[in-house]
Design a protein around this ligand. Structure first.
Ligand code: HEC
Length: 403
């Protein structure tokens, strides 16, 4: 019963999280685009900084960016702040549900480090808090003066260092999601601690008929630019648990570095074009990074074939799978955590093993991230045996005997 309730809680949180996140990122992409698309009205008008004609669904829209005359605050004013809050309020409990309340199965990996699940939870939650404090101090320090080049360099260096450090401590999957959660938390804090207060000041100033505090609004703009650069990398991190080839790679830190370059690089090209100052040369490092990840995750780099040695009889393969995999991947698993076959994948019959030959190669031979956390203690000799069987064509020779 609890399992069922937790499953539905997971579905509900994830569903809402996605909707809130789409709403947030959608408005964020839209407003970054809009700011760049605005043009001076013709003939010029004093109170209009820029305007744009838009066509959407069934009509024309005229959007204007304005300064307000003192004391003239229009009503109602639509803010866009709840999407960010909702994304966090659904994302954090989801993190707790999936990673902190599951006894460490997804959180830690004995092949990575010997950290206990309890300590890993502290690392995770501590990271979310400390990273915001460090980032915010950095961007209110003298290093952020001028165009903030120094702070920009330090920020990227810290991000890459966090990626490396986390992949040495947590399971690959948890490391990726925590980098995403860290950036997402910083983004939400930017909205609520820096952008919304600046907007409050704009409103208060308009009501009181005074000049707003421009340091606040400049900082707000800077923070929303930061948010905009990390959006694409964060979206990948949130999806990454579907891609064991990335987080499960022995050099998963490098893979994530490269994918951050891809995401932020593409965003930079988009923003630069929107501003009319193209920086398309960024597509060069982006392409190099894509070629890099594809090569690093290919059999050419990872291996996965094994020639030579005697012909492997299927019976030997079946024995290994029975010993190391079937405790989870079975119609009736005996594992203490997985009461149903993970992803519906079962290895109860020779045919089902044969049918999953390719993914078995990827997970158990190339990436070596199955069995999960090597819970069943699979040996290198057993992986080599699977590798030889796969290279020899993954046939069911002698399957009748193995049944
Ligand atoms: C402790 C439980 C456990 C054991 C033992 C285990 N797995 Fe898994 N396996 C999982 C879980 C959980 C997933 C889903 C999450 C993931 O993909 O990482 C999974 C996913 C997989 C997938 C991907 C399925 C898909 O979606 O296509 C393959 C392939 C796989 N396991 C192969 C193996 C092989 C081969 C073994 C034995 C060498 C093995 N597993 C042992 C828990 C286990």
């Amino acid at each position: 019963m609890t399992t069922l309730l937790l499953e539905w809680l997971n579905i509900g949180l994830r569903w809402t999280h996605l909707i809130a996140g789409i709403g947030w990122i959608g408005t964020s992409l839209y407003f970054m685009w809009l700011d760049a698309a605005l043009q001076k009205p013709d003939p010029p008008r004093d109170d209009v900084q820029g305007q744009a004609w838009l066509l959407h669904s069934g009509g024309f829209y005229l959007v204007e960016r304005r300064t307000l005359p003192p004391g003239a605050l229009p009503s109602p004013i639509h803010w866009f702040k709840w999407e960010a809050a909702m994304t966090f309020l659904t994302g954090f409990p989801l993190l707790v549900l999936v990673y902190y309340l599951t006894g460490g199965v997804y959180l830690v990996d004995p092949n990575v480090s010997s950290i206990t699940p309890g300590a890993a939870v502290l690392v995770g939650i501590g990271l979310l808090i400390v990273s915001w404090v460090v980032y915010d101090l950095l961007w209110t320090s003298p290093l952020a003066a001028g165009r903030g080049r120094a702070a920009t360099i330090v920020s990227w260096a810290l991000l890459f260092a966090v990626v490396y450090a986390l992949t040495r401590v947590l399971s690959g999957r948890a490391a990726y999601i925590h980098v995403g959660a860290m950036l997402g938390t910083i983004m939400v804090a930017n909205v609520w601690m820096r952008i919304v207060p600046a907007q409050r000041d704009l409103i208060a100033a308009a009501e009181a008929g005074r000049t707003p505090d421009y340091t606040l609004s400049t900082r707000a703009k800077q923070r929303s630019t930061h948010n905009s650069y990390v959006t694409f990398p964060v979206i990948f991190m949130m999806l990454s648990n579907h891609y064991p080839t990335t987080y499960g790679h022995p050099w998963n830190w490098l893979i994530l570095w490269l994918l951050i370059v891809v995401g932020a690089g593409v965003r930079h090209v988009m923003l630069a074009r929107e501003k009319g100052k193209p920086a398309d040369w960024w597509l060069v490092p982006v392409t190099v990074a894509i070629v890099g990840v594809v090569y690093l995750t290919s059999p050419a780099w990872l291996g996965g074939g094994m020639r030579g040695g005697d012909r492997v009889a299927f019976a030997a393969v079946k024995a290994v799978v029975d010993r190391r995999c079937v405790s989870c991947h079975s119609a009736a698993p005996s594992d203490d955590v997985f009461r149903a076959a993970p992803n519906g994948v079962t290895f109860d019959t020779p045919e089902s093993i044969r049918a999953h030959a390719d993914t078995i190669r990827t997970r158990a031979v190339m990436l070596r991230n199955m069995p999960l956390g090597n819970k069943t203690g699979m040996t290198d000799a057993e992986r080599d045996l699977l590798a030889r069987w796969l290279t020899q064509g993954a046939t069911l020779d002698g399957a009748a005997r193995a049944r």
